[in-house]
Write a protein that binds this ligand. Structure first.
Ligand code: GDP
Ligand code: IMO
Ligand code: MG
Length: 434
């Protein structure tokens, strides 16, 4: 119980910050599901990542890809927060806003607020990203080259510029100091480029950014949480988390539930539901371990049917079967309370569907996800009969094919968490609730 005036109010009445997280290697369908869920949440906040994210939303026959702006922005009456933990590229932000305004005519300016403490991505962060990847050669991460790693390096290295710096009188001097440092690093790596090519465009974009409400996000969020349920929108996926992902083939932020507390300034006890989003199979874009990856026709078929090409870079996504060892690991470290299975329709038309239920690592069977990305992991599968029905028309769990219902029941039993939403197509309407 807590006390308001003289009244005792049960704790469960307090508003909560619910969190949507990707449980695999990103691109699970977070954008669609956040857009669907914002009917319930008037406030949506991004807490980490930046324009490396590409969150697709389809509605009324049109599609949109959100990069730094939360995926609630297309719903009337929502507030969409670009939180402290985000790294914001003013040029990308401006481009994204203008595209949304042109395509929808929606008053999205009224729906976005930006944290004063969010770090800025400079053009030279992007160049450094490219220089670092070029220097790694075959060992490259497969970065989206949006400057994410270098921007977070400057954050933890205590050198980065934040949105609040852009409001200071000596902002240009601060910019030059950081840019000079970057130029030295780029030169040391022998990378050829013009580091000043985007200076003017960047400063113009910063002026554009400054026309949005710039807030003390942590105060704003905690104030709103007094009476409003909020949704935190994760970017990337748990296996790309800098601590718990397939290091070093990861992104540079905390993509997990805990990242929402840090990236928004919210205490852990204010977290409510943790929605864990996973594809009915698995994909990965970029390099690094992927135990259930398929290199055969089945993998090609998943890519073709699922249109598995990156929303940001257009790169073909690597495809494979659903990996329950990996999924259970992600559910454990995030405290997932509700599962959401996406792209279930893509599995229609396979004779047999496989689920990875354990690994052989160095000849020993295990259900522990290995820390070392060099470990040789051989998946052990359980097979299920496929189904042929087109399920995009299904709107109830009862109408799903029996084989799919059994597939879902097996996942729920293995993981120990219920699948609350099943997505059967990219559109808002192609969604089945409990
Ligand atoms: P995010 O980064 O997690 O938001 O995911 P992406 O947007 O990068 O990739 C997911 C892709 O799958 C997008 O093209 C979505 O439009 C699409 N999608 C989402 N849910 C479904 C679904 O249930 N079925 C199908 N066929 N496509 C879906
Ligand atoms: P959403 O939010 C899929 C991958 C990159 C690369 C690694 C590091 O759309 O799910 P970075 O640019 O962060 O330095 O790249 O992480 N990656 C993603 N893969 N979806 C994403 O975001 C990703 N963001 C980064 O491909 O392997
Ligand atoms: Mg994506």
């Amino acid at each position: 119980m807590w006390v308001v005036g003289t009244k005792l109010i049960p704790l469960y009445i307090m508003s909560k910050l619910d969190v949507v997280l990707g449980l695999q290697w990103g691109d699970e369908g977070k954008g669609k599901i956040v857009d669907v869920l914002t009917r319930q949440y008037p406030v949506v906040a991004r807490f980490q990542g930046g324009p490396n994210a590409g969150h697709s939303i389809h509605y009324e026959g049109r599609s949109f890809v959100l990069r730094s702006i939360p995926s609630g922005v297309l719903r009337e009456g929502t507030v969409n927060i670009v939180g402290n933990g985000v790294v914001l590229d003013p040029i990308a932000f401006k481009g994204e806003c203008e595209e949304l305004i042109n395509k929808t005519g929606a008053p999205i300016r009224e729906r976005i607020v930006v944290s004063r403490r969010a770090h800025l991505i400079l053009p030279t962060h992007r160049l450094l990203d490219a220089a670092n990847e070029a220097a790694l050669g075959k060992a490259k991460i497969g970065s989206t080259l949006k400057g994410i790693g270098p921007a977070y390096n400057d954050k933890t290295g205590r050198k980065g510029l934040r949105v609040c710096d852009a409001l200071a009188e000596d902002f240009k001097d601060r910019y030059k100091t950081l840019q000079d440092r970057h130029i030295q690093q780029i030169e040391r790596l022998g990378f050829q480029c013009d580091p000043h090519a985007q200076d003017q465009e960047w400063f113009e974009a910063v002026e554009y950014l400054k026309t949005f409400p710039i807030v003390d996000c942590e105060y704003y969020v905690n104030e709103r949480l007094k009476d409003t349920d909020m949704l935190a929108e994760g970017a990337q996926g748990t296996m790309l988390d800098v601590d718990y992902g397939t290091f070093p083939f990861v992104t540079s932020s905390s993509t997990m539930c805990g990242g929402a507390c840090i990236g928004l300034g919210v205490a852990p006890q204010k977290i409510g539901k943790v929605w864990g989003v996973f594809k009915a199979y698995c994909t990965r874009v970029g390099n690094g371990p992927f135990p259930t990856e398929l290199f055969d026709e089945t993998g090609e078929k998943l890519r073709a049917l699922g249109h598995e090409f990156g929303a940001v870079t257009g790169r073909p996504r690597r495809c494979g079967w659903l990996d329950l060892v990996q999924l259970r690991y992600s559910v454990m470290i995030n405290g997932v309370t509700d599962l959401i299975m996406m792209k279930s329709d893509v599995l229609s038309g396979f004779d047999t569907i496989k689920l990875c239920t354990s690994y052989m690592v160095n000849g020993v069977e295990t259900d522990v996800y290995p820390a070392d990305s060099a470990a040789e992991v051989v998946p052990v599968y359980t097979e299920f009969p496929g189904w042929t029905e087109d399920i995009t028309v299904c709107r109830t769990r009862a109408s799903l094919p029996k084989s799919l219902a059994e597939y879902i029941a097996f996942i729920e039993k293995y993981i120990g968490v219920p699948v609350k939403i099943v997505s059967v197509g990219p559109d808002r309407d192609e969604t089945i609730f409990e």
